[in-house]
Write a protein that binds this ligand. Sequence first.
Ligand code: SAM
Length: 346
Amino acid sequence: MIRKEVYGAIDRLVSSSVHKEDLKLLLSLTEADEVNYLHAAACSVRNEFCKKRIALRALIEISSICTNSCRYCGLNRYNRDACRYSLTEEQILECVSYAADQGYRTVVLQSGEDNRDADSIANLIVSIKRSFPVAVTLSLGERTYEEYKEWRKTGADRYLLRIESTDELLYQSMHTDRTLSSRLKCLEDLQSLTYQTGSGIMVGFPGQTISTIADDIMFFNEKQFDMLGIGPFIPHPQTPFSGCDPGDLILTLNTLAVTRLVTRYPWMPSTTALGSLHGDHRIDGLMAGTNVIMPNFTPSHYKSQYEIYPDKQSETENEERLHLIAQKSSLSIDKGRCDSLLPRRL
Ligand code: SAM
């Protein structure tokens, strides 16, 4: 049975009337009928504003070296057991070439905060753009305005940088040597430099509440990001959060669904973390309103070394499996660039 107040809260969000109390109510749903109704509403909004498709992006994890100390992440610099690698430009170009040959028109270059020289990233972007018809998304962490500017000028199209939490104390409890204000400044810099900008959060890390998630969703709405990545927190044994529980699946899916209802247009991945949480739940993510999958094109030898959390789902995705996922979620596959759908960008 679906309660009257659940219908009311969803109706208000669908008609763009956003209230924190409604977000909290919907995030808290656990009863199957109500959860399914919420997720179905999110899918209709996705289908209306983004079309019935899954955008495929080729993910290349270019370096596991990190100078940061995020307390949840296996790449943090204090993890002496972590395997560290850094792909050369030649290796990265090989991965891009392989993805482009398979029809991919977006590559996502992700790494720890490895302080790779900004000019070498700029050269890499130029080389990619010269040889392949792909959009380039960067996810390299916090850098200076000048560096972001240089990369944008040389052809980078998009940048992913999760806010992780808009709650100052919570942010500080997760990051010992970074601040919420510097993260916000980076996101502002990226948007002002006209990057298609992505942000997001993990769901279920220690100290997070329904109320802070609702605040994060209000923030997404205010900032109008082009992309939003939301996935469950998964504890890594070599981090201070090792003994904590992983993020709850239903709460993660509700967060995706409510975010879709509120923000409508963003490209939202069914994340690798969702695919690694006691089995592959990426279809559940698609059934809760997501619309991106990022198959991993990192050379197989290095994939397991990019261990942000244990048992990361990283097998090479075959076309057959992707088509099965699409079929099960009644969506088609789109390997095109799939640029921002926000009305101000069109
Ligand atoms: N260094 C870049 C940055 O900080 O944006 C990109 C790499 S970082 C590893 C990519 C994302 O992985 C982070 O934004 C974080 O949300 C996610 N992540 C890290 N550790 C995680 C964990 N234990 N469970 C789930 N997601 C995690």
